[in-house]
Write a protein that binds this ligand. Structure first.
Ligand SMILES: *Cc1c(COP(=O)(O)O)cnc(C)c1O
Length: 345
């Protein structure tokens, strides 16, 4: 079977992790600092703070913006539950928003419709690698957290995602664009917010007690992350090549290809097509041909919360299928997947 996702690692990561182990300093130290500086350099932001996960990055970003009881945080329904967890961890109330049916990203019109006097921040994920309509979220005047967990290397109007929002978060979970096993990062154009995140990340050696966390990244992870960041250009190129292979096949079927927009680049963290009917039959068909397809979101947030009125999200959940795409997928496997698509759709 061709797996749905897989990290792309080489001897270089192995060498670097071993080098750090031999150095005797394996917790947060100079590797983490170097990774933060290199990542901020790549984004063009004044700094970055590495943390233990994307969830931790979201949690600390919400706290840095002062989110807590009595405040509402807007976020789209068609995402993983990590975003909802972060809002709850901060003690804030989630305000669930429907998605744009073409892009799978937060729908700015639905956002404007649902905003209340208590809404105090917006989380904008760039789903599956295609940047969301950031200008419209920023136009509300509320602080924006860009969730770039799926979109490292994508650009919006010529700027890298993660350089526009008040704060931006990344995840380096094993199968994300860049992998450190588990890991995350917060970037910001505002140094005061970064200082706040850095302070909350660790509890030791503080003059005064307030609630703080242990959300540190280790030097072992950062050593991997530094190698992965250097390979980003190659990773993006491979993902794009595979996407073009799938485009050719998809255009000969009844499936709808992923959306594209002139003012932004898609990095194809996921290659998501939309079926005419239920995704289940295509996923089943692919599996009989040795290809693992998946619904790209396990369960929308409004379903977890028992809410109705999210028709675009319901439709995406019913009809969207994600195909295997990662830099280590061979051209032969990409061809096999294309042929399987032609046979089942
Ligand atoms: C993976 C992911 C997260 C959570 O990251 P973890 O590192 O698993 O905590 C948050 N947001 C989005 C969009 C993600 O894809």
């Amino acid at each position: 079977m061709i797996p749905h996702s897989r990290p792309t690692l080489s001897e270089e990561e192995v060498r670097e992790v071993v080098r750090v182990m031999r150095s005797g300093h394996i917790a947060q130290g100079q590797e983490v600092e170097a990774f933060e500086n290199e990542f901020a350099g790549f984004l063009g932001t004044p700094g970055a703070v590495a943390v233990s996960s994307g969830t931790a990055a979201l949690h600390l970003s919400l706290l840095a913006l002062g989110m807590g009881p009595g405040r509402q945080v807007a976020l789209p329904s068609y995402v993983c539950s990590a975003l909802l967890n972060a809002v709850k961890l901060a003690g804030a109330e989630p305000l669930i928003i429907d998605i744009d049916p073409q892009t799978f990203n937060i729908d700015p019109d639905d956002l404007n419709r649902r905003l209340t006097a208590r809404t105090a921040a917006i989380i904008v994920p760039h789903m599956f690698g295609l940047p969301a309509a950031l200008d419209q979220a920023v136009g509300t005047g509320l602080p924006v957290i860009e969730d770039c967990a799926q979109a490292v290397g994508a650009t919006y109007r010529g700027l890298p995602v993660g350089s526009v929002g008040d704060l931006s978060v990344f995840s380096f979970y094993a199968t994300k664009m860049l992998a450190t096993g588990e890991g995350g990062l917060v970037s910001s154009t505002l140094p005061a917010l970064l200082d706040k995140v850095r302070d909350l990340r660790e509890y030791d050696r503080k003059a005064e007690y307030t609630l703080r966390f242990n959300y540190k990244m280790t030097d072992l992870q950062a050593a991997m992350g530094r190698v992965q960041l250097r390979k980003l250009g190659f990773f993006l190129g491979r993902r794009l090549e595979i996407a073009r292979t799938y485009d050719t096949a998809v255009n000969k079927t009844s499936l709808e290809p992923p959306a594209s927009k002139e003012d932004r680049t898609h990095v194809y963290y996921r290659y998501v097509v939309r079926c005419a009917g239920d995704a289940g039959s295509i996923i089943g068909g692919l599996s009989t041909m040795g290809v693992i397809g998946a619904r790209p979101v396990y369960k929308p947030l409004h379903d977890y919360l028992g809410l109705g009125g999210f028709t675009a999200t319901d439709d995406a959940w019913r009809r969207a299928v994600s195909l295997p795409i990662y830099p280590s997928l061979s051209p032969e496997d990409a061809q096999t997947i294309s042929e399987a698509l032609l046979a089942v759709a």
